[in-house]
Design a protein around this ligand. Structure first.
Ligand code: DHB
Length: 393
């Protein structure tokens, strides 16, 4: 029977349990990552997840007394899903930070959720310049296509490449790459004689490459998203474009470290510009690559992995800097502590520009070479501290 005394005790126990539960909830800092774990962009999700887990294994899952909980949701790079998942993570899971975002449309779809809920959103992969304008809560640790494209357009005319055809995936980052490469090459006295755009979904490169062969430019400049480079390389070689004297150049997305070693010797000599190579010769990168490979059955980290790894660093340090006592920092406090972070990444020194919330980083010119029997993007020149040229502010 429930006597008044028993009722009192039962209530007291229930209250204590509720309080403990609330405290446990309050003490958990939730990071909700939205990533393409399936579909055409799945390699991006796989690389970022591996890097994020490595960061946590190396740095622990307690920061400023808060327990870090990682929640990963698969959006298959479909913007409707990205938006629905962002909403669910914010409303039901009450995440403190959103992150990931394998493609531009995913990041753009989730941006309004970040704004409405005042939740910082760390873009670890997507790379269209305008993404950071879509919400004042967006911070980026990947790169932008204008950032990496202009350096190649500076290099090309000095290296006998004047007449170029561009071939890009027909969406945000491709259009950025096409525009900024063209503008800079023209400024440098070169010429883009044809601009070709291929569909993002299931592209067939054959008819486009045939057209390039007929035009016979000095070089073909390519941007395709991570995971699509091997198909371009294969068809480029199968059509004997290299033998016809057409050079392949592009952003480093084409010679993606996730696929490069399987592309074969035909890839040797391809020059690209990008912000990360697994062969970047720094002590920190050597350690990063070794630890990543050890934890992932020899998988080589690519530029997506580094965006995820550094994204976690930005989140951990923002929590450390903004946590005061037992209370959980607000989204605004976290965001403020993300802005202006400066630190060494496996790619080199990086900086989160407080004004634009975008990344400032070195851009490297690289050539595919063989090292210890494996193909790598070997860096041969660096342009330091490059801001996104796509920002007009
Ligand atoms: C984007 C996706 C990629 O896989 C990549 O390499 C560059 C940009 C994007 O959708 O923004």
């Amino acid at each position: 029977m429930l006597t008044p005394k028993r009722l009192f005790l039962a209530t007291a126990v229930a209250l204590t349990l509720t309080a403990n539960w609330a405290q446990a909830q309050d003490n958990t800092f939730k990071i909700g990552l939205i990533l393409p774990m399936t579909g055409q962009q799945a390699s991006t999700g796989r690389q970022i997840e591996a890097a994020v887990r490595l960061y946590m294994a190396q740095n622990g899952d307690t920061v400023a007394g808060k327990k870090i909980q990682l929640i990963i949701k698969d959006d298959a790079a479909t913007p409707d899903q990205s938006k629905r998942l962002a909403q669910d993570l914010v409303v039901n899971e009450k995440v403190n930070v959103l992150g990931g975002f394998g493609v531009t449309p995913a990041a753009l779809a989730a941006a309004p959720i970040a704004t409405q809920s005042k939740t910082p959103l760390v873009v670890m992969a997507a790379a269209t310049s305008s993404i950071t304008d879509a919400s004042p809560y967006i911070v980026r640790t990947s790169f932008t296509l204008p950032q990496v494209s202009v350096s190649l357009a500076d290099w090309a005319p000095k290296n006998g490449i004047k007449k170029v055809v561009t071939l890009v995936s027909d969406y945000g980052p491709g259009i950025d790459a096409e525009k900024f490469f063209n503008q800079r090459l023209t400024f440098n006295g070169g010429q883009v004689v044809e601009s070709l755009r291929v569909p993002l979904r299931g592209p067939d490169f054959a008819p486009f490459l045939q057209k390039v062969r007929d035009i016979k430019p000095d070089a073909l400049f390519v941007f395709v998203p991570s995971g699509a480079g091997a198909a371009v390389m294969k068809q480029f070689l199968e059509r004997g474009m290299d033998k016809a004297g057409i050079r392949l150049i592009g952003t480093g997305d084409v010679t993606d470290d996730d696929q490069l070693n399987d592309m074969g010797d035909g890839a040797l000599g391809v020059v690209t510009s990008h912000h990360y190579s697994a062969s970047h010769p720094s002590a920190m990168n050597k350690k990063f690559v070794e630890a990543f490979q050890k934890a992932n059955k020899g998988m080589r980290p690519n530029f997506m992995a580094v965006g995820g790894y550094d994204g976690m660093r930005v989140i951990y340090e923002a929590l450390r800097a903004s946590a005061k006592g037992a209370a959980m920092p607000t989204g605004d406090a976290l965001l403020a502590s993300m802005k202006g972070q400066i630190f060494e990444s496996p790619r080199g020194q990086i900086f989160i520009d407080a004004q634009t919330r975008d990344i400032v980083q070195n851009v490297y010119l690289r050539k595919v070479e063989k090292k210890d029997g494996q193909l790598y993007n070997v860096e041969f020149d660096v342009i330091k501290d490059v801001k996104d040229p796509g920002k007009t502010r």
